[in-house]
Ligand binder design. Structure first.
Ligand SMILES: [Fe+2]
Length: 178
């Protein structure tokens, strides 16, 4: 059973403030990529789409003299850490199961290794799917953060995705009980 829907997440003021900052169009596109990748990789689409939708919720704005300072961002960015905590708090507030909230938070924490010291990260299938979903929608020079989408269209697309996830989990349930 799903405790929280994508539309509920979309409607929350925290999502409106922070996901819009990093790009709602990118977030919605990633959620769709995550849905298909989850099915391909045998991962729970509910968790994958939520993590992909919220993966950039931790972005901060790095402006200097009114302009985006990429070097400042590169040096100081911790958006995956911040986003993981922010998404976790939001999910719990909305009534998400704590185990699911933790898995989503971890997938957000590990969706990029750009802030980590060089090394090798071993991702579990959910974390891998979320990282792939982000990559699938990336544009050179970070352009994906600037694509726009109307609130109406974003909400409609997420509601459609909610329905797909719900019917997918019904199908899985029927398959398991046969
Ligand atoms: Fe992203």
């Amino acid at each position: 059973m799903r405790h929280v829907t994508l539309v509920q997440l979309f409607d929350h003021p925290i999502t409106q403030k922070y996901v819009k900052r990093s790009g709602m169009a990118h977030a919605v596109a990633c959620a769709y990529h995550a849905y298909h990748l989850a099915i391909e990789h045998g991962v729970d689409p509910d968790r994958a789409t939520k993590a992909a939708f919220l993966h950039d919720i931790g972005h901060y704005t790095w402006y200097r003299d009114g302009k985006w300072d990429y070097n400042l961002y590169k040096e100081n960015d911790i958006h995956a850490i911040k986003g993981s905590e922010r998404a976790h708090k939001l999910l719990i507030r909305l009534g998400e199961h704590p185990r699911t909230a933790k898995e989503i938070a971890l997938a957000i924490l590990l969706h990029t290794d750009s802030y980590l010291p060089n090394g090798y990260l071993e991702l579990n299938p959910l974390q891998h799917v979320v990282a792939l979903a982000d990559e699938a929608d990336e544009e050179p020079g970070g352009e994906h953060h600037y694509r726009t989408i109307s609130d109406r269209r974003a909400r409609r697309m997420l509601s459609l995705l909610d329905k797909k996830i719900e019917s997918q989990s019904k199908e899985d349930y029927i398959e398991r009980s046969m």
